[in-house]
Design a protein. Structure first.
Lengths: 357, 117
């Protein structure tokens, strides 16, 4: 097959077929269009304003490593005026997270960004290794997911940032759309394609790679020779997501635009008001002060179950009743430190309360 | 029997299936059966032959170097969806994918995209 020239510059030899468009492009044009599309995603959604302090949720994996590189590049090229930080969560998984954190530490040097590592051990007093030793491999993803979400917000509060960007890519979002459809989780289906999730007084989460294909992220890392870590978590991966992923990859092989098409479908759904109404009102956890839809937040409930030797208490209603029947909370129960929003958000929240009262 | 030498690289976690070794230098026959069966060469039977291509290479790697979980590498006669292939640093989709005819000294890279971000 003769070498083809780039469809964009008509000069250099093409090295990549873009899954989104089918265009055959050269290396330099690929870097440029990939970065520019992320820049367009950021500006169209008005994700940042000058002076923002932004944490990049960094796992050492491909997506967050490329995100750190691209955020740094765009911040300099387009003068966003952002102060960037790396924020990593150490779940305490020997042979997995300890290795990937070494990658994040190298990224800190390579990108010259401050790094904060917050561990489950210091926050909850439990590593995932210890949790799995107690509860086994079934359901451990529930603990890890709930604990990580809260740990990221707490890490952000420590760094005094009010915005976390994550490396979720187009494939991840398309997968989530499919999973929410297959589970009938309509409330989540309505939210899962938003580029930015935020309440009035909470830490923003956004996904600058929302429209970036995994293939291009991996190719970008490969051609830029970025240093990333790739090993599957040693504790049972999310099986259901695995099926959705395999299905999506088969669809992509047949028709590469399928990924972006599924995201567009997700964005176009209109969620019925009846469904929206079933979402519970947000409140503050009475034990740790974190955002919660119940009196006790999910993390506090999970932690109490672990501490009292009934770890499934927050996973099933039956176990929760058994825990309640077992008596009141012991006074010396280990709890999560009080959660406080970053200072600028505290002011916002206070203003909001004054305005409504 | 004519042979060619290739440099093989695995990345993105795929190396875990290949003795956790990223780089491999291999020598394979220059002509192979049209069926891509790796156990025989055209010289020792009357099977019709073709110049060696990536599809043959994929089966050869599975049968000779892969140590575990072959289903994460090969699926339905091709490289599993989600594994990227580069031929001398070019996307194999521009090179005819499995039908690309290998040349002596080629570098073939396989990268899994399926590991967490």
């Amino acid at each position: 097959m003769p070498p083809r020239t780039c469809a964009l510059c008509n000069d250099a030899r093409a090295i990549l077929k873009r899954p989104k468009t089918g265009q055959q492009i050269c290396k330099e044009c690929f870097f440029y269009v990939f970065e520019t599309e992320v820049h367009n995603t950021i500006t169209e959604a008005r994700l940042f304003k000058p002076g923002d302090r932004v944490a990049i949720g960094a796992s050492g994996g491909k997506d967050s490593t490329v995100l750190a590189h691209v955020m740094k590049t765009l911040n300099e090229r387009y003068k966003y005026g952002l102060e960037l930080f790396l924020l990593s969560i150490d779940e305490g998984i020997t042979g997995y997270r300890d290795d990937s954190l070494e990658t994040v530490k190298r990224n800190q040097q390579q990108y010259d960004m401050p790094l904060k590592i917050l561990s489950y051990d210091e926050l909850y007093g439990w590593t995932m290794d210890a949790i799995v030793a107690q509860i086994g491999k079934k359901n451990n993803c529930t603990f890890c997911g709930v604990f990580r979400r809260q740990a990221l917000d707490r890490g952000a509060a420590i760094l005094n940032v009010d915005h976390i960007v994550t490396g979720h890519n187009a494939d991840d979002i398309a997968e989530t759309v499919l999973m929410n459809i297959m589970r009938g989780d309509i409330a989540r289906l309505g939210r899962c394609t938003s580029i930015c999730t935020q309440g009035e007084d909470t830490i923003k989460r956004s996904k600058p790679f929302k429209y970036a294909y995994e293939k291009e992220i991996v190719m970008y890392a490969y051609f830029k020779k970025l240093d990333y870590f790739s090993t599957e978590c040693i504790y049972s991966p999310d099986a259901y997501r695995g099926h959705a992923r395999a299905f999506l990859k088969d669809l992509e092989a047949a028709r590469p635009s399928a990924i972006i098409d599924i995201i567009h479908s997700g964005e176009a759904f209109e969620i019925n008001d009846d469904v929206k109404a079933t979402q519970k009102l947000q409140q503050t956890c009475r034990r740790c002060g974190y955002m919660s839809s119940n009196e006790l937040c999910k993390a506090c409930t999970l932690l109490e179950g672990l501490e009292r030797g009934m770890p499934t208490a927050a996973v099933t209603d039956r176990a929760r009743r058994k825990l309640d029947a077992d008596g009141p909370v012991p006074e010396n129960l280990r709890t999560i430190p009080l959660f406080q929003l970053p200072s600028n958000l505290r002011q916002n929240a206070a203003t909001a309360v004054e305005a409504t009262s | 029997m004519a042979t060619i030498s290739l440099n093989i690289e695995f990345g993105g976690g795929l190396e875990l299936l290949f003795s956790n070794q990223r780089s491999h230098r291999i020598t394979i026959p220059a002509n192979v059966p049209v069926s891509s069966a790796t156990g025989q060469t055209p010289e020792d039977s009357d099977v019709p032959s073709k110049p060696v291509d990536i599809t043959y290479l994929m089966y050869w790697l599975r049968d000779n170097l892969l140590k575990e979980r072959a289903e994460l590498f090969v699926e339905n006669g091709t490289v599993r969806p989600g594994v990227l292939v580069l031929v001398n640093d070019t996307d194999w989709e521009l090179e005819g994918e499995g039908e690309y005819q290998l040349k002596d000294g080629d570098e073939i890279v396989f990268i899994s995209t399926l590991h967490g971000g």
